[in-house]
Design a protein around this ligand. Structure first.
Ligand SMILES: Nc1ncnc2c1ncn2[C@@H]1O[C@H](COP(=O)(O)OP(=O)(O)OP(=O)(O)O)[C@@H](O)[C@H]1O
Ligand SMILES: [Mg+2]
Length: 239
């Protein structure tokens, strides 16, 4: 099976009897990364929070390596086993059958949304952010555990903007669910996050960033716009 993403070609195949996922950079990867980083910077300037973008190129590939995974494990964040890494490709163990977005479209998902909030909070507690915190970057394994994949844009950053991008990109990626479903997942995620962070934290740019990013992510744009105009749990929980 092949999944075609913006930056990589993802193949699921058998290797020595185990199922693995191979992620190979596309030829245009660097150009596409430059566009992403440029947008990141531009939005940060528009919101009057200029913020250094995550590193791209070889450095972002290094983020996928053993060192990052060990660091995340130390902070109770599970990642798939890495089998091989080069400058252009990684091979990791296949985890379960669904990412969180797919899982939540068929199941309740609230408990796992809470865990994703915890995972995001744990990373923020140690001064790092994921930057690309889409629900599709969380996998649900056979034991219903949350496993984090796609580590490309992890960076050390304690700014309000960088942290708000994590909250905003997760919410943006589920904003095209039916409103009542979206609202329940939003609440669980935010409560999980709030119960985990251990410092005075401000992520007040999250909702504006959610609205900006949601236009770029996901289909069903009409529903996204409708949901955008409805009530959010953000103010009750995080401010
Ligand atoms: N280890 C894995 N096991 C099972 N499925 C996986 C695994 N890694 C990735 N996938 C599937 O492939 C999808 C894309 O993976 P990933 O996010 O790593 O690629 P990407 O190139 O960074 O994509 P994007 O640019 O869309 O974020 C995931 O949403 C998930 O559905
Ligand atoms: Mg991804």
């Amino acid at each position: 099976m092949v999944i075609d993403s913006w930056q990589r070609r993802i193949k699921i195949e058998k290797l020595n009897g185990i199922t693995v996922v191979r992620k190979k950079n596309k030829k245009l990867r660097l150009i596409r990364d430059i566009i992403l980083v440029f947008s990141y910077l531009l939005i940060s300037i528009v919101l009057i929070h200029p913020s250094p973008p995550p590193k791209i190129g070889i450095q972002s590939q290094k983020n996928e390596g053993f060192y990052t995974r060990k660091f995340l494990k130390k902070n109770s964040i599970i990642t798939p086993n890495l089998l091989n890494i080069s400058d252009f490709e990684i091979t990791e163990e296949f985890v379960g059958k669904e990412n969180f977005y797919e899982y939540a479209s068929k199941n309740d998902g609230e408990e796992l949304a809470y865990i994703i909030g915890q995972v995001t909070g744990r990373l923020h507690n140690v001064g790092f952010v994921f930057t690309d915190n889409k629900s599709q970057n969380y996998l649900v394994d056979r034991d219903n555990r949350i496993v984090r994949t796609d580590l490309v844009f992890i960076q050390k950053n304690r700014s309000v903007y960088a942290r708000s991008i994590d909250i905003g990109s997760f919410l943006a990626s589920i904003l095209n669910f039916e409103y009542s479903k979206y609202s329940r997942l939003e609440k669980s995620f935010l409560v999980g996050y709030k119960n985990t962070i251990n410092y005075q934290n401000s992520v007040y740019l999250s909702i504006i960033l959610r609205n900006i990013l949601s236009i770029g992510l996901g289909d069903k744009k009409m529903r996204i716009i409708k949901n955008m105009l409805k009530k959010t749990n953000f103010n009750q929980i995080l401010v």
